[in-house]
Design a protein around this ligand. Structure first.
Ligand code: PRP
Length: 209
């Protein structure tokens, strides 16, 4: 069996569609319920629905052979896994944003609120900029509005969250998309099965383009 950790939510549904079109369907997946494990014995595949930010944990520890994680999660956590394929889904950008009237003189310590402490710290370290990092777990757009921070580092997809909170992008850090990842040791034992999946998925990604 190849065990796959899928990220719960909208992205996960799209990723599962890709697996289905690649020939790895599992009929029970369409019954909406609370069940978290689904398998297709004939195809030799088993899916688990996990919290998106936990996908690398399952894969790194080998409970899942494969998983799907956003590039943001991979850059933030640096899990020791193989990155096999860019699925070109869940596309968005990691950006710096601030109030439109914020002026950065580049001199004083910049207050940065974010869920992505490592990505933000590495970005400002590359610029040699001193920052005061403020870790938040959501509703990050509030921070500049309430004076908790000067800027935020966050994911921008449509730009609606920023617009509705009167924030503007001041810098783009990097593009993000969903990646297929694999446990390193399990990849050695199940090379053929995993490569078959990757090749069929790659075809589907190209057709989606
Ligand atoms: C992300 C991100 C922004 C929003 C951006 O939050 O933190 O708030 O999406 O998308 P937009 O540009 O299309 O408005 P998410 O919905 O994942 O929830 P979170 O606040 O819990 O991280």
């Amino acid at each position: 069996m190849v065990n796959v950790a899928l990220p719960k939510g909208r992205l996960g549904e799209k990723v599962y569609d890709l697996f289905e079109r690649a020939g790895y369907s599992c009929d029970e997946m369409h019954d909406k319920g609370r069940k978290l494990i689904f398998e297709n014995m004939e195809k030799g595949i088993r899916y688990f629905w996990v919290k998106p930010s936990d996908v690398p944990v399952y894969v790194e520890r080998g409970v899942a052979d494969l998983g799907i994680a956003g590039k943001d999660v991979l850059l933030e956590r640096h899990p020791d896994v193989y990155e096999l394929l860019d699925l070109a889904l869940g596309k968005c950008r990691m950006c710096v944003a601030a109030k439109a009237d914020f002026f950065d003189d580049g001199e004083k310590t910049l207050k940065v609120a974010t869920e992505f402490v490592n990505i933000a710290s590495e970005y400002y370290a590359r610029q040699g900029r001193d920052i005061d990092i403020i870790k938040l777990h959501g509703s990050v757009e509030l921070a500049p509005k309430l004076g908790l921070s000067d800027v935020i580092v966050d994911i921008v997809e449509t730009g609606t969250s920023l617009r509705e909170n009167n924030l503007v992008i001041t810098d783009e850090i990097l593009p993000i998309s969903a990646r297929l990842i694999a446990n390193k040791a399990n990849f050695k034992f199940k090379t053929k099965e995993i490569e078959d999946i990757v090749n069929l998925m790659r075809k589907q990604v190209k057709e989606n383009d």
